[in-house]
Design a protein around this ligand. Structure first.
Ligand code: FES
Length: 342
């Protein structure tokens, strides 16, 4: 009997069982898939039992809600920051690394839903802040929203890597471009329980984002010349800006990683950036667990449409919006990079 080892990011959450249980496609429960025996390795509350108890319906289906735009401004020529007013309970549920939301302008229909990583959460306002690079039809449509946006979420699969939701210990985060948004967010959250080093690209955009959204109570800011800035406390970790394109700077990064001996190395940015950094950090693959941005094409986020499906080396197919905790970055980013495509 084979054990089903897929780990769905929603399993055991308030959104489990989901629509996939209704159609007999639950990614974790073999009984809901129509098998005679239970062969899941889920150690929480039985999904089948929950499904029956819930009258064979999905639990807490994520619904979109119109929310006010509290502030909007341009952080770069093609990058906007939106602060969106939400209910406090919703804001609390967003406070996990790798969380993302679907957003769209009220003037457009569902074709225009855009998955966007969370950059910051405020419980006092309460609000969530996101950074959006304006690239094409969906993001251009979202950019037209001035007063309100439709919000659906939160979704938990914004990162990929075994057990990324249990990150702890020493963590090194490499981030560039839009990847600096989930990088800052992860740092702000994880620094309360872990020792985190954020290494961001040494460029005006990344520096500005760190300056605005990093909550620096526990951090030392260091520029690429090695000068410490804004020293507060030594506990919690440090932030360094580096030029990832310079061999000399990359060697400095590797040297500091060798000294820090992190438990997790997190790489956040474009598919190209992640693949390059994964290659550059090759020597640490046996010592640290790798976590990356979940850079596949996300469409529904619910495991239904199949847009995010990838084929593992074993030939098995997994849906990365739901099973990104089952994917090893070695499968995704070890050369050739095209292994990401279906
Ligand atoms: S985005 Fe639709 S199945 Fe993953």
């Amino acid at each position: 009997m084979s054990i089903n080892t897929y780990k769905c990011v929603d399993v055991g959450s308030e959104n489990c069982p989901c629509e996939l249980a209704v159609t007999g496609d639950c990614l974790t429960c073999s009984r809901l898939q129509g098998k005679e025996v239970c062969d899941c390795d889920w150690k929480g509350v039985c999904i089948l039992n929950e499904f029956m108890f819930n009258g064979r319906h999905a639990q807490n289906r994520r619904k979109e809600k119109e929310c006010p735009v509290l502030s909007k401004y341009r952080a770069d020529s093609d990058f906007i920051i939106l602060e969106i007013g939400v209910q406090k309970g919703f804001a609390i549920r967003c406070m996990y690394p790798g969380t993302y939301l679907f957003l769209r302008s009220p003037e457009y229909d569902h074709y225009y839903d855009v998955p966007v990583s969370i950059l910051d959460v405020s419980l006092s306002r309460p609000s969530v802040t996101v950074g959006i690079r304006i690239l094409s039809a969906k993001t251009k449509a979202l950019n037209e929203a001035e007063k309100a946006v439709f919000v659906r979420g939160p979704y938990r699969g914004g990162m990929a890597g075994k057990n990324f939701r249990n990150m702890g210990g020493r963590i090194v985060i490499l981030s560039s471009g839009a990847g600096v948004c989930p990088g800052i967010f992860a740092c702000n959250l994880l620094s309360a329980v872990s020792e985190v080093s954020l290494i961001a690209k040494d460029a005006p955009f990344e520096k500005e984002m760190v300056r605005k959204f990093f909550h620096p109570r526990d951090f030392i800011l260091t520029d690429s010349a090695g000068k410490e800035r804004n020293r507060k406390y030594s506990r919690g970790g440090n932030i360094v800006f580096r030029d990832f394109e310079s061999d000399r700077e990359m060697e400095k990064i590797r040297r500091s990683v060798r000294m820090e001996k992190p438990d997790f190395i997190v790489i956040l940015g474009s598919r190209k950036f992640v693949a390059e950094m994964y290659g550059a950090m090759r020597e640490f693959r046996t010592q640290a667990r790798f976590v990356t941005s979940n850079n596949v094409s996300i469409c529904c986020g619910e495991g239904i449409c199949g847009a995010c499906e990838i084929t593992l080396r074993s030939g098995e197919k997994i849906r990365m919006c739901k099973c990104s905790e089952s994917a090893d970055p070695e499968e995704l980013f070890a050369e050739p990079v095209q292994s990401l495509n279906r």
